[in-house]
Design a protein around this ligand. Structure first.
Ligand code: MG
Length: 171
């Protein structure tokens, strides 16, 4: 059984992951509107991954005999100034999510819930990867500046990203 405190915190994290999914779908739509099809693809993959994060938590709560509460998802921004600004906002957001995951892990430790700590290790590793990937794209965009050819090549690279279902959600 999950403690009520932990059940509430895990449900709040489902909402945060769904908000992230919504944010990245908004970024994808904006990238499409700006003619950056590759960037749009990158954020569409990101959108699917965030839904997976929510599903992992959803399944976990159920497997522990807990109750899932789905609250309203807040509205997300819909406009950004430049590709660099989009990725900088993405990094700030992912750093916030990392803090949330760390807080969840600290709470699980406090509640003596080893199973939840074990489940959260996947998220801790995932956050390291998320931040690293986005930081690398920010570095590239800083090098490229307003160079059209550079942006064209980066967009091609972002177009190649494909979605992979996490093993934890394999049927
Ligand atoms: Mg996430």
């Amino acid at each position: 059984m999950l403690t009520p405190k932990l059940e509430e915190a895990l449900n709040a994290q489902i909402n945060a992951e769904m908000w992230s999914a919504y944010l990245y779908l908004s970024m994808a739509a904006y990238a499409h509107a700006q003619g950056h099809a590759g960037m749009a693809n990158w954020f569409e993959v990101q959108f699917k991954e965030e839904q997976d994060h929510a599903m992992i938590l959803y399944k976990y709560i159920i497997s522990r005999g807990g109750k899932v509460y789905l609250k309203a998802i807040d509205a997300v921004p819909e406009k950004w100034g430049s590709p660099l600004e989009i990725f900088e906002e993405t990094l700030v957001h992912e750093q916030k999510v990392t803090t949330m995951i760390n807080n969840l892990c600290a709470l699980a430790a406090n509640e003596n819930d080893y199973a939840t700590q074990s489940m959260l290790i996947w998220f801790i590793d995932e956050q390291v990867e998320e931040e690293d990937n986005v930081q690398k794209l920010i570095d590239s965009l800083k090098l490229i500046k307003d160079n059209g050819f550079g942006l064209y090549m980066l967009d091609k690279e972002l177009a190649a990203r494909s979605y992979v279902k996490p093993a934890t959600l394999a049927d």
